[in-house]
Design a protein around this ligand. Structure first.
Ligand SMILES: Cc1cc2nc3c(=O)[nH]c(=O)nc-3n(C[C@H](O)[C@H](O)[C@H](O)COP(=O)(O)OP(=O)(O)OC[C@H]3O[C@@H](n4cnc5c(N)ncnc54)[C@H](O)[C@@H]3O)c2cc1C
Length: 382
């Protein structure tokens, strides 16, 4: 058993760490404040091959694996979570369903531009009336000749409304099974399809430089060939995508938690109180030690889940544990880092203010903490 990184993994981590510090850090506060999407950062991430990390070279990818993506997400989130979630959603929610379930034609049409970062894709599962209970999907798709006609709406869909968004995969009810339950399928809806409307961006608490929209489908027609994978496999497809995605969100949460340590350490050495740096006081030392402890143990949890996934072993429980633990400690660390910064921690110009605002969604997106506990308990046989 060895959790140390290979030379290649270390080199990838170093290069993304430099990129985050030199390219992301100087511009992100302004994007965050103005709620603008960092196209220039995304373009550079595309050139670095980050959108293609876990995809084979035949599709234009880098031939790496999902763990490499997680390492990159951790380093990005150490500086900024909007950029990290843009990459996470683009790869694990946007391109991955097409890679995993798409036909040869769908892969040839969409993957090259998605894995190069030239285009983004959204993953439309959540609806205004149902999130955790995704089986409660109301959006319907009816086959009319050789076209699907889609009606319904989706809520909170990441990367769905940028200038470079190429498509959204949409889960919809396509029929009723013999036992009366809903038949769910996934359909590719290209941006700009008549009847597909993207609402203006939400006013969010955090992730302000990322792109999130409500989507509506009003007699929206797409070719029957836009069905992703087999009809009726929608439920199984999104469960697989979310299991993997949880490892990626855990990595992102660990990055935020580690960023809190970085910023607190720096500040504790500079800030003077009662004649000495606050880092000399044990109360502050213990806070930072606890923050490091939490980031470290959460990192081991996502490394373990990723290792199991890459070995082809069951990883559902470990992915849920990693996501639950990492998101919990990310919120803890953001709260404590703000405390270490005193009043300045409440000022938006300090990165810890962004970390605090960005941490809470980690306990909600891609399955709430309650849902993670349900998954763990179910996997334990309850
Ligand atoms: C910024 C942002 C980006 C997002 N991006 C995407 C995206 O790209 N694609 C996408 O499809 N979705 C996306 N989401 C949606 C996100 O995944 C959902 O918000 C999340 O899954 C929770 O669903 P909900 O909001 O409907 O909450 P609900 O499911 O209504 O839950 C409300 C509360 O009830 C609890 N609860 C629900 N059921 C149970 C139960 N059985 N037992 C105990 N407690 C329960 C929940 O844990 C939660 O605390 C995004 C959300 C946000 C805010």
């Amino acid at each position: 058993m060895d959790f140390r990184l290979t030379e290649e993994q270390e080199a990838l981590r170093e290069s993304v760490r430099d990129f985050a510090r030199e390219v992301v850090a100087p511009v992100i506060a302004e994007h965050y404040e103005k709620h603008t999407f960092p196209y220039e950062v995304v373009r550079q991430m595309g050139k670095m091959g980050l959108f293609g990390l876990p995809f084979p070279e035949e599709h234009g990818g880098m031939g790496g694996d999902y763990f490499a993506l997680c390492l990159v997400l951790e380093e990005l989130a150490r500086v900024d979570s909007s950029v990290a979630i843009t990459l996470e959603a683009a790869v694990s929610l946007g391109a991955m369903p097409i890679f995993r379930f798409g036909t040869a034609e769908q892969k040839a049409r969409w993957l090259p531009k998605l894995v190069s970062g030239e285009a983004l894709a959204g993953f439309g599962l959540t609806e205004p009336g149902t999130g955790s209970d995704a089986g409660g999907t109301q959006t319907r798709a009816v086959l009319d000749g050789d076209e699907w006609v889609i009606n319904g709406s989706k809520a909170f869909i990441t990367n769905s409304g940028t200038d470079i968004t190429a498509l959204v995969t949409v889960t919809a009810v396509t029929g009723t099974r013999p036992d009366g339950s809903k038949e769910l399928s996934t359909i590719i809806v290209p941006s700009g399809t008549p009847g597909f409307t993207v609402a203006p961006g939400y006013s969010k608490v955090g992730w302000n430089a990322s792109d999130t929209h409500e989507l509506t489908f009003d007699d929206c027609r797409v070719p029957a060939a836009n069905l992703l994978g087999e009809r009726g496999r929608g439920f199984a497809q999104f469960l697989r995508i979310l299991d993997e995605g949880r490892i990626a969100i855990a990595a992102l949460a660990v990055g935020l938690a580690q960023g809190c340590v970085d910023e607190s350490l720096k500040y504790a050495k500079e800030r003077q109180a009662f004649g000495q740096p606050i880092g000399n006081y044990q109360a502050i030392q213990f806070k930072i030690a606890d923050m490091e402890l939490k980031a470290h143990t959460a990192r081991l949890a996502y490394y373990d889940a990723a290792a199991r996934m890459l070995a082809g072993e069951p990883f559902k429980r470990q992915a849920a544990i990693a996501k639950l633990h990492a998101s919990t400690i990310a919120v803890d660390n953001a709260r404590e880092a703000t405390q270490v910064h005193g009043g300045y921690g409440f000022m938006n110009e300090y990165p810890v203010a962004r970390f605090w605002r960005d941490s809470k969604i980690l306990e909600i997106g891609e399955g709430t903490s309650e849902v993670q506990r349900m998954i763990i308990a179910r996997d334990l046989g309850l």
